[in-house]
Design a protein around this ligand. Structure first.
Ligand code: ZN
Length: 452
């Protein structure tokens, strides 16, 4: 499985993370089904130009100039930030994160092959892919050469035979820092050849799955097909998985508007990264996700409900003692496991899978209080589903031991007594709490409680 990774010239935005999350959920789902998944995610640290028309600056060089630092420093910095954000979102790390700048030799070799096969041409140190020579062009996006000609809005390029041809190798402009020797010029690779080369290097000529954002379909993935199939003569990829746009307040996210968010922005606004993960889960990857503050607030509340439910399962409270007739918890678990799996098998219908999880919790809550031996299989079931959802449910109750509700209510009563200056009662309650194995420490601001 190959996932188009970040161009590391800035913080990734939440739209980038939406499609990365789709890839993560798909990978987790395949693993849940018993497949062995190898995921490769590239780091584009050179060659992604500001414009799709092979004009304009390299995004990383442009960012480096603006900040007056070395472009390699820029790419290292934002690669690190990308990894940090992925971890916060509980995205499983890819098995390998190949960097474009470490695969220049292989890219030059691929360009040589395309030239030899007559699919590419050189002009003044630049090498272009001639799409008229590849009959399958347009099979992914529908943008065949004929269709492109009709829509022709692309500017003519002085070195291209056809304005829709795309760069495989670019001669570096004066002042360009990231450049390498090649048979054609001192320059750098085009963005599309990077993904063809790095995906085939680690996964072979034909990939099972290739993921990316909807905006990658054309030209990026269309061009990857033309290059890879042009080189190998074999099908490049069996399944393409493209995640639809993320909109903010129903508009396309744009840096020039005030509707542009990184994960860090969300955190500053008080939303947890996993609330964003939950928001992504609650919309189907093929549909637009409309991000609003109201929507993420709602998912944060929903997520907390699941966490609270797990916490009560872990607490030894209110369990019914023997005598009551046996109940069919196992049957309920089987029923909802099937609902969850059916939803996921239906083209990753995560909104429905999450809905079935909430429904399950409601059903269980209607049976409360649970018996102690009933809590364990319910907990295990939710942890099993979380292998797919990735909401860190297994971390609940692990960071700090939860305070039982009974103790919480005694503390509350003691607090009330203290406020009424009924210190005798407050002391009695303290002794009671201590007898139950908890220690209290009063400070001006609050009372801290710890298990003894
Ligand atoms: Zn790519």
């Amino acid at each position: 499985m190959y996932t188009c990774g970040p161009t590391v010239y800035d913080y990734a935005h939440i739209g980038n993370f939406r499609s990365n999350l789709t890839a993560d959920i798909l990978r987790r789902w395949l693993a849940y089904l018993g497949y062995e998944v190898t995921q490769i995610k590239n780091i584009t640290d050179v060659g992604h130009l500001v414009s799709d028309a092979d004009t304009g600056e390299d995004k990383i060089e442009a960012a480096a100039k603006k900040k007056k630092v070395d472009p390699f420093e820029i790419s290292l910095f934002y690669t690190k930030k990308f990894f940090e954000d992925e971890q916060k979102l509980n995205i499983l790390p890819a098995h390998k994160f190949p960097r474009a700048t470490k695969h220049i030799k292989q890219m030059i070799k691929a360009v040589k092959t395309l030239l030899k096969k007559g699919l590419a041409y050189e002009k003044r140190g630049n090498v272009f892919y001639e799409i008229a020579k590849f009959p399958g062009y347009g099979k992914l996006s529908g943008n065949t050469l004929e269709k492109l000609k009709q829509e022709a809005r692309v500017q003519k390029h002085p070195d291209k035979k056809n304005p829709f041809d795309f760069a495989l190798w670019k001669k570096s402009e004066p002042g360009h820092i990231m450049k390498w020797d090649s048979p054609w010029s001192e320059g750098y690779p085009g963005w599309h050849i990077e993904c063809s080369v790095m995906s085939m290097e680690y996964l072979g000529d034909t990939l099972d799955i290739h993921t990316g954002g909807e905006d990658n379909i054309f030209p990026h993935h269309e061009n990857e097909i033309a290059q890879s199939e042009g080189i190998t003569g074999k099908p490049f990829c069996t399944f393409w998985v493209h995640t639809s746009w993320l909109l903010v307040d129903n508009a396309k996210m744009s840096k020039s508007k005030s509707n542009f968010y990184t994960l860090r922005d969300l955190e500053k606004m008080g939303y947890s990264p996993l609330a964003f993960r939950m928001l992504v889960l609650q919309s189907h990857y093929k549909k637009h996700l409309n991000f609003t503050k109201g929507a993420i607030t709602a998912t944060q509340v929903g997520l907390q409900k699941i966490y609270d439910f797990i916490e009560t399962l872990l607490l030894d409270k209110g369990y019914e003692k023997g005598g009551a007739p046996p109940r069919e918890i196992d049957k309920l678990i089987r029923e909802y496991k099937e609902k969850f799996e059916t939803a996921m098998n239906n083209d990753l219908n995560t909104p429905q899978a999450v809905a079935s999880l909430f429904e399950f919790i409601r059903k269980i809550n209607s049976l409360a209080p649970l018996r102690k031996k009933e809590a364990k299989p319910i907990y295990d079931f939710l942890i099993q589903l979380d292998q797919v959802l990735g909401l860190n449910l297994d971390k609940i109750g692990k960071q700090k031991p939860a305070i039982p509700v009974k103790i919480k209510s005694l503390i509350q009563k003691r607090e009330e007594a203290r406020q009424k200056k009924d210190f005798k009662k407050a002391d009695e309650l303290r002794i009671k709490i201590e007898k139950l194995g908890y220690q209290l420490k009063d400070s001006k601001k609050e009372t801290v409680v710890k298990k003894k």
